[in-house]
Design a protein around this ligand. Sequence first.
Ligand code: SAH
Length: 346
Amino acid sequence: MNEKLFDIKSASPEELKEFIVGLGESSYRAGQVFKALSEGLSFDEMTTLSLALRKKLSDSCVLPSASIRSKLVSNLDATIKYLFAYPDGEQIETVLMQYKHGDSICLSTQAGCRMGCSFCASTKNGRSRNLTAGEILEQITLAQRDSGRKVSSIVLMGIGEPLDNYDNVLKFLSLVNDPAGLNIGMRHISLSTCGIVEKIRELAEKKLQLTLSVSLHAPNDRIRQQTMPIAKKYPISELLKACKEYSDKTGRRISYEYAMIAGVNDSRECAEELAKLLRGTLCHVNLIPLNPIDEKIYNKSDKIMISDFTKTLEKYKIRVTVRRRLGSDINASCGQLRNGKWDDRI
Ligand code: SAH
């Protein structure tokens, strides 16, 4: 990104006002620009603005930054997977999904990921860079414009670790939540983290009403350390303490994600251990049958193991669901997003 240009898509309404006034325009124009940006309009399309202002904006701002490089539409459900490309050569993926209650979008927060979970494709080439707040937001506006669909809920579960890009992600949350913009309520947003403890604590202080999803994937440190390098930094006991703080401060239930990996974490003993770990906390467990990635180091658990695991958790009165798999024919499921490997089919 050209440093001299103003990153207009990441600007809050206040920053935008200051910028517009600095261009010698009246401040109410900022509201018009903010709304137009949240609709994904280009400067040319902002016809409520004078030509002179549109020219000033395009001379001084970065817009647009991403373009749709490719897209795949599922034949099984209405899932669409987008490959977006940035001028600096980075590429990320975004998935638009359809549920009974409306459309949901799975957003990427970084180009690549440096967390190194061994079952996840997104981390295989490491992290290239963070996405800006505007680049995260723009995934919604580009997908909405292309598909003609309207996003009503968001999951920050695409490529990247949201809490490893904390400031930009928080800024994105305030932009997308703004009544003058897309106005998506915090209760319609889920943020998934591999468990960066100090950032969970920081987020708890903000008292946002979003759903915190925590990738637990194991009932003890020994198993967790086998698949998730972050587990070597923070023991589960510390992670759960931070999660308790989060639900105490926000009143929100924590959603624990648990990928079911055959022979690794799916035994009845694991289920018992997990139940005892979480018993009495404000939580929900979301089991994710492991999705295949090219490296094929692991297999997903059998249906019988998953149903047995579910029953054990239920016996301890732990709320549990099994995640539905959307877009499986286009590799759009959890852990399958990565750079490259697309043919040009747009
Ligand atoms: N970095 C965030 C977001 C990751 S994607 C995090 O770690 O939470 C969302 C979920 O998919 C996470 O729980 C992640 O661990 C899980 N996941 C990754 N690879 C997977 C795979 N191959 N099969 C099933 N779930 C997977």
